[in-house]
Design a protein around this ligand. Structure first.
Ligand SMILES: [Zn+2]
Length: 309
């Protein structure tokens, strides 16, 4: 194999690796799917108790992803969403405003991002074909340096304006954008990863345009809160543990559901038996059981409910 295709192949692999996103286990990841958005709460390419690795579309802007923690810890570094009240956490209008505000603040980065993208994926193959490796390298180095400096400067300025308290995160973003042009292409999207943190994930899902599957996610979350087990492991994507807070969150989810034309009463109604032998079900995860079962396997929920035949 000649060195040129090998070089481009290595570049492509490095580029694709930039579009993998790590998400903590206590957060939901929102990524682009088709024309809309989808939420990922588990699974991924690789996962452990600390988090999971997911892919996003390998194109600037379409590679946007938001990480939204289910419970922001005290002293959260998220500037405008510092431990918001339930009303703020569930305010679809507020989320829309923030989404737009952050998008506009980083708008200039689109230029540097797309210029670097064009330099690497359009100019580089053309120059290699017509000018040879040595001349191409000189032109590429000069071009990427100019755009990378501009990118880092715009990134640092916009980030300090929007996320003034996230100094460490800013330093990490700017440093990685200074080290590689491929990482600099990602600055536009990675800088916005925490933009919606602090809001409730279900409200974020309701606010994102073209979001699919809100009903199922909301139903699962509502049941998880309604039938929460005190001894439940904190590793699972646990939102609040306090009973009063849990009831408040459930009520807010119900309000959101009604606004979307969904009747939350359906979430708690008994399912139809999938098999004639199934006479009980777990109200929390909806798994069906025969008459002999005494508790749910998945969540150790003991009070199984009867299925009306
Ligand atoms: Zn269950």
């Amino acid at each position: 194999m000649s060195p040129v295709p090998m070089l481009l192949g290595c570049l492509l692999l490095l580029y694709l690796s930039e579009f993998l996103v790590w998400v903590r286990s206590d957060a939901w990841l929102f990524r682009r799917r088709g024309r809309g958005w989808e939420a990922l709460t588990q699974g991924g390419l690789m996962s452990s108790s600390r988090g999971s690795l997911h892919w996003v579309y390998p194109v600037p802007q379409l590679g946007r992803a938001y990480s939204v923690r289910t419970s922001p810890p005290a002293g959260s570094t998220c500037s405008t969403a510092l431990r918001p009240s339930i009303d703020t956490a569930f305010s679809v209008v507020e989320i829309g405003r923030r989404y737009q505000g952050v998008e506009e603040a980083f708008q200039t980065l689109r230029w540097t991002s797309w210029c670097l993208w064009g330099l690497v994926w359009v100019m580089c193959p053309l120059l290699l074909k017509f000018l040879g490796l040595q001349s191409t390298l000189w032109i590429l180095i000069a071009g990427t340096l100019i755009f990378m400096v501009a990118n880092a400067w715009i990134l640092a300025r916009a980030h300090s304006k929007i996320f003034s308290e996230s100094g460490d995160e800013r330093l990490r973003l700017v440093l990685s954008a200074c080290l590689s042009p491929l990482a600099a292409i990602r600055s536009l999207d990675l800088a916005q990863k925490q933009a919606l943190d602090g809001f409730h994930p279900l409200a974020v899902a309701a606010a994102l345009p073209g979001f699919q599957g809100w009903d199922d996610l909301a139903a699962a979350e509502w049941r998880r809160l309604r039938y929460s087990v005190a001894s439940e492991s904190s590793a699972s994507s646990a939102i609040p543990v306090d009973a009063a807070e849990s009831a408040e969150v459930r009520a807010a989810i119900e309000v959101l559901a009604r606004r979307r034309g969904i009747d939350p009463a359906h979430w708690d109604s008994p399912p139809r038996a999938e098999d004639t032998a199934h006479t009980q079900y777990c109200p929390r995860c909806r798994t069906q059981y025969t008459g002999q079962a005494t508790r749910c396997r998945d969540f150790r929920w003991t009070a199984l409910l009867p299925i009306s035949q």
